[in-house]
Write a protein that binds this ligand. Structure first.
Ligand SMILES: NC(=O)c1ccc[n+]([C@@H]2O[C@H](COP(=O)([O-])OP(=O)(O)OC[C@H]3O[C@@H](n4cnc5c(N)ncnc54)[C@H](OP(=O)(O)O)[C@@H]3O)[C@@H](O)[C@H]2O)c1
Length: 257
């Protein structure tokens, strides 16, 4: 059986941005796709797009920081579409603040969504993948999982952790037909970038255009990645059975390690 065609994918944070692009790219490649996030109109709209591509689909309201809901999610997907073959842990959140002003709630919330959620959902999907001898796990990390991010310590710590989780699980899963990889995008044209630009403009009094230019100055291409460029990497990681334990960059050459 093909690694994508006819498989069942679950994409968290699938309602917009990178997750939406991954959901649609997997559907174009032949997968049936469950689209999960909290904003129901967004996941409903993406599921409708998946359906228009001729694939079976499900929109699954899900907060990945809700342990009980995460534990139930693979079963709900299995009832509608079949067991999850491809899990894309893409849901993520970011907040900008220096460590000496970090409150416990912000730290806990970012770690819960960006690190613990992917572990919980992966753990819930693994038994069925191991049983069937096939699985693909793609974790959307960040270049901030490879380098420090000024005023982004919680996010960077969570993404470093997600890459460590990816590498460790890849070793456990290698002989069971399950590959586990991460993608490290640089700034990407999504709502998350727009929010970061607005926050910098507010904090510094600069215009949004100046704030954007500052953010993108360190990128060799001089631009943000596109969600579709990140999605192509996800489809590649699903297709290729020999690539596991990797954290590949889609970052215009911003980080080379
Ligand atoms: N954009 C960038 O520059 C960039 C760069 C590197 C890495 N990334 C990573 O790429 C991933 C996607 O981000 P994006 O840029 O596409 O951001 P986005 O446009 O803000 O989308 C984030 C997605 O995650 C979902 N989400 C957030 N919190 C959630 C929760 N608790 N439970 C379930 N879903 C949740 C959001 O939906 P709801 O709010 O409706 O739940 C949304 O669908 C994230 O992991 C992010 O860290 C982004």
């Amino acid at each position: 059986m093909d690694a994508v065609e006819g498989r069942v994918a679950l994409v968290t944070g699938g309602g917009r941005g990178i997750g939406r692009a991954i959901a649609l790219a997997l559907a174009r490649a032949g997968a049936h796709v469950a689209v999960a996030a909290r904003s129901v109109p967004e996941i409903e709209a993406v599921a409708a797009e998946v359906a228009r591509l001729g694939r079976r689909t499900l929109f699954l309201p899900l907060d990945v920081s809700d342990r009980a809901a995460v534990a139930r999610a693979p079963g709900l997907v299995a009832e509608e579409l079949g067991p999850v073959d491809i899990l894309v842990n893409n849901a993520g959140t970011h907040a900008s603040m220096p460590v000496h002003k970090m409150d416990d709630a912000t730290w806990d919330a970012i770690l819960a969504v960006d690190l613990t959620g992917p572990m919980l959902l992966t753990r819930a999907c693994l038994p069925a993948m191991y049983e069937r001898g096939f699985g693909r796990i793609v974790n959307v990390a960040s270049v901030a999982g490879k380098i420090g991010l000024k005023h982004g310590s919680a996010y960077s710590a969570a993404k470093h952790g997600l890459i460590g989780f990816t590498r460790s699980l890849a070793l456990e899963a290698a002989k069971k037909g399950v590959t586990v990889n991460a993608i490290c995008p640089s700034w990407t044209e999504t709502q998350m970038l727009d929010e970061a630009v607005e926050a910098i403009a507010r904090a510094t009094g600069r215009s949004e255009a100046e704030a954007r230019a500052t953010i993108l100055r360190s990128n060799p291409l001089g631009r943000a990645a596109l969600p579709e460029e990140v999605a192509e990497a996800a489809v590649f990681l699903v297709r290729n059975a020999a690539v596991t334990g990797q954290a590949i960059h889609v970052d215009g050459g911003e980080v080379m390690s």
